[in-house]
Design a protein around this ligand. Structure first.
Ligand code: HEM
Length: 350
């Protein structure tokens, strides 16, 4: 069983059915945030809070999650202030950072101590481990011995991949619970393709399940999980459109100018998406090919590296970290969605 499947199974087990055969009313959002945190920390540091074999002195992922969330709220506020970020600081923010760093440093230190016996030749980049055993920390430790660099890189991936995936999952279930017809159709499609047995969920089939992809795309469009992208001009330049009273004329962007791109506003344009862009209509994705008008994962050289659905889940050897990461977000979302929707007695509405 792979990483995503194991964590989704653990979440699914919590959704117990009562004697009447129905699941209790549950708040899925905290469950998704807990699942994505545990999944990501296992992927990043090889640490799973539920592992029986875990070291007794290992730090608590739950406590880490609390400080990570609280610290990120401060970081978001500081990011919104741009160059004035230094105006926002507090002892609470320092404490959250300290606790987050302590958690990460525990694993980094243990890894680097282990690695002190490693010879130079072993430090050279090697083929990555099997997907199931892939731990980003192990791979980074083959490239650098700098603990601060490893801390920064792994926290960067956690910051980029955890909340986004959990938010997308939460929003999908939000829309499905308000659209019984869509949920019925999706559930029917999933049951037809996979049946009710989670073990029959095959990633290649998942990828070919068009309606599932349409529901995910429509949720990404409606909510713009990352609503604003940011770029800074490295030199004076001219954009071909965006200036003048109607935005069709060229616009001058001086060197050093911050440019904010609202993916949310882009997703609300009826000239692109047709009538009622404010409505959740997965069918609008039928036969649609998109370009830069749909950029939930950004665009260009800095676009998200966790964006693509699984290509081949059963491939044993992963040659590049990018290829591995590309399989992350949408695979997790697809597996979760299929497994929960296909439960025999699940109702998303009362
Ligand atoms: C639904 C889930 C996700 C969404 C909507 C999302 C969206 C984005 C967006 C909009 C960016 C900025 C791109 C740009 O500026 O052009 C980004 C960057 C990034 N994402 Fe994701 N992401 C998701 C999941 C993930 C996951 C699961 C991972 C890792 C496993 C990940 C890793 C990254 C990294 C490392 C970057 C920074 C890339 C760079 O700066 O070079 N993301 N993501």
């Amino acid at each position: 069983m792979n990483l995503e499947e194991r964590h989704v199974n653990a979440l699914s087990d919590v959704l117990k059915t009562g004697i009447d055969g129905w699941t209790d009313i549950v708040d899925l959002q905290p469950m998704f945030f807990k699942m994505t945190l545990e999944l990501m920390t296992e992927f990043l540091y090889g640490h799973s809070p539920s592992q029986m074999s875990r070291k007794p002195d290992a730090p608590s992922t739950q406590e880490f999650g609390h400080h990570f969330d609280a610290g990120k709220a401060w970081v978001n506020l500081r990011m919104a202030l741009g160059r004035w970020h230094w105006l926002v600081h507090s002892p609470a923010f320092s404490l959250h950072c300290k606790k987050v760093h302590q958690y990460v440093d525990y694993f980094v230190k243990a890894k680097l101590q282990q690695g002190s016996e490693v010879t130079e030749t072993k430090l050279a980049p090697t083929k990555f481990a099997t997907r199931e055993k892939f731990v980003l920390l192990d791979e980074l430790a083959k490239q650098t011995r700098n603990p601060l660099e490893i801390r920064g890189e792994t926290l960067g991936v956690l910051g980029a991949g955890r909340d986004t995936t959990a938010s997308l999952l939460t929003w999908i279930f939000y829309f499905l619970s308000r659209s019984p017809r869509t949920f019925g159709k999706l559930r029917g499609t999933i049951l037809e393709i996979f049946g009710t047995e989670a073990s029959s969920i095959d990633f290649l089939k998942l990828r070919s399940c068009q309606y599932l992809q349409h529901c995910i795309n429509e949720t990404l469009r409606m909510t713009a999980v990352v609503p604003i992208l940011e770029r800074e001009s490295l030199e004076d330049t001219i954009l071909p459109r965006g200036g003048g009273p109607d935005g069709t004329k060229p616009v001058f962007i001086p060197k050093g100018q911050r440019v904010l791109i609202s993916t949310y506003a882009l997703a609300q344009r009826s000239d692109i998406w047709g009538d009622h862009p404010e409505d959740f209509i997965p069918q609008r994705w039928e036969h649609r090919k998109v370009g830069l008008e749909f950029i939930p994962f950004g665009g260009g050289p800095r676009k998200c590296i966790g964006r693509k659905p699984a290509l081949s889940p059963f491939q044993n050897h992963i040659d590049t970290d990018t290829r591995f990461l590309e399989q992350f977000a949408l695979t997790e979302v697809s597996v979760c969605l299929s497994q929960i929707s296909s439960r025999p007695m699940l109702s998303l509405t009362e």
